[in-house]
Design a protein around this ligand. Structure first.
Ligand code: PAD
Ligand code: ZN
Ligand code: ZN
Length: 375
């Protein structure tokens, strides 16, 4: 029997307040309104950004259903939706692409102004939620929410993909892989023969390493305080691995010594202010480029000597790897199916969705790269 137009009762992992375990609850998911799409989730990765929302490092409104790195199948569509139809395999997008805002219209932009990162409303465009639990409205996360059997997103925040794509793998294109890979090939535009330093070797940082390698970097220095991450970094293209805890001097001095003058490109893929300034100081003083990929922790500020930028360095940020989300998903999934890059090394664990708390423990204890939850 078709569920279109009806409220669906299903399981979701609800976060009622910060720093608590996820609670698997029965929720009601309302039908999609005009220009919205209801998706049946098949697989979702666990990204550090979800954990930032748990700890308060990223400000969100509770109760909330987190998750933003997923793949699923369209269950039904609201009035006026033309880009996807029921049965289509899709990836929901945590950065929409409306096509009409300044960033969407500019060839260099990708952070659509309809994004919900800074505003953190947790609501659909009409100011309401499609989720309720125990009679209470539940917020969405970045217009996405994938830790649920069904979700509703705006049609500008969903992309149809090749029906042959394996959803438990390509879900990582929804965030971690594309963010890291794009930061290297698109935001920094790493040049052949250059030297790179990647701070933080989680799923996103390792994808930066892959991007630097594809771009032809001759030296890729992987930096992490957890040396267990080094084997995989080497497998994916790192030429050197450095643990800042093995040195008495600051890590930027270590990197400057290793490269004589500093790296051409550095990437902060952790989300800490001190590593953001360390990554900046590690790049060559005149033409070095440093990219912030890690989410800036809420309410923290950076103070730095402007001489660091005056000499010529470039400091920039990168959200979703600089990709225009809807336009790029089809190409990224196509490149994956053509084996232009790998995703398997990023997925270290696969768990049933209901074991979500176990998945977060693996991330917090540094044991996983990506855990994929399957429904
Ligand atoms: P992760 O937690 O899997 O990886 C972070 C890595 O950093 C781990 O291996 C840690 O051991 C390491 N680390 C922690 N502290 C230090 C330190 N002081 N020095 C060196 N290494 C350290 O996270 P992830 O790969 O899922 O995400 C990384 C960041 O990127 C995180 O802040 C996340 O929120 C952000 C992100 N940004 C975007 C975007 O669009 N910009 C998208 C997705 C994730
Ligand atoms: Zn993410
Ligand atoms: Zn836009």
């Amino acid at each position: 029997m078709s569920t279109a137009g009806k409220v669906i009762k299903c399981k979701a992992a609800v976060m009622w307040e910060a720093n608590k375990p996820f609670s698997i609850e029965e929720v009601e998911v309302a039908p999609p309104k005009a220009h919205e799409v209801r998706i049946k989730m098949v697989a979702t990765g666990i990204c550090r950004t979800d954990d930032h929302a748990v700890t308060g490092a990223m400000v969100v409104r509770y109760p909330i259903i987190l998750g933003h790195e997923a793949a699923g199948i369209v269950e039904s569509v609201g009035e006026g939706v033309t880009s996807v139809k029921p049965g289509d395999k899709v990836i929901p997008l945590f950065i929409p692409q409306c096509g009409t805002c300044p960033s969407c219209l500019n060839t260099r932009g990708n952070l659509c102004s309809k994004n919900d990162i800074a505003s953190a409303s947790g609501l659909m465009a009409d100011g309401t939620s499609r989720f309720t639990c125990k009679g209470k409205a539940v917020h969405n996360f970045l217009g996405n929410s994938t830790f649920t059997e069904y979700t509703v997103v705006h049609e500008t925040a969903v992309a149809r993909i090749d029906p042959a794509a394996p959803l438990e793998k390509v879900c990582l294109i929804g965030c971690g892989f594309s963010t890291g890979y794009g930061a290297a090939v698109q935001t920094a535009k790493v040049e052949p023969g250059s030297t790179c330093a990647v701070f933080g070797l989680g799923g996103v940082g390792l994808s930066v390493v892959m991007g630097c390698k594809v771009a032809g970097a001759s030296r890729i220095i992987a930096v992490d305080i957890n040396s267990d991450k080094f084997a995989k970094a080497k497998e994916l293209g790192a030429t050197d691995c450095v643990n800042p805890r093995d040195f008495k001097k600051p890590i930027h001095e270590v990197l400057i010594e290793m490269t004589n003058h500093g790296v051409d490109y550095s990437f902060e893929v952790i989300g800490r202010t001190e590593t953001m300034t360390a990554a900046l100081a590690s790049c060559q003083c005149n033409y070095g480029v440093s990219v912030i990929v890690g989410i800036p922790p809420a309410a923290q500020k950076i103070t730095f000597d402007p001489m660091v930028l005056f000499t010529g360095r470039t400091w920039k940020g990168s959200v979703y790897g600089g990709w225009k989300s809807r336009d790029s998903i089809l190409k990224l999934v196509g490149d994956y199916t053509k084996k232009r890059f790998v995703l398997d090394p990023l997925r270290t664990h696969t768990l049933p969705f209901t074991k979500i708390n176990e998945g977060f423990d693996l991330l917090r204890t540094g044991k996983s790269i990506r855990t994929v939850l399957v429904f």
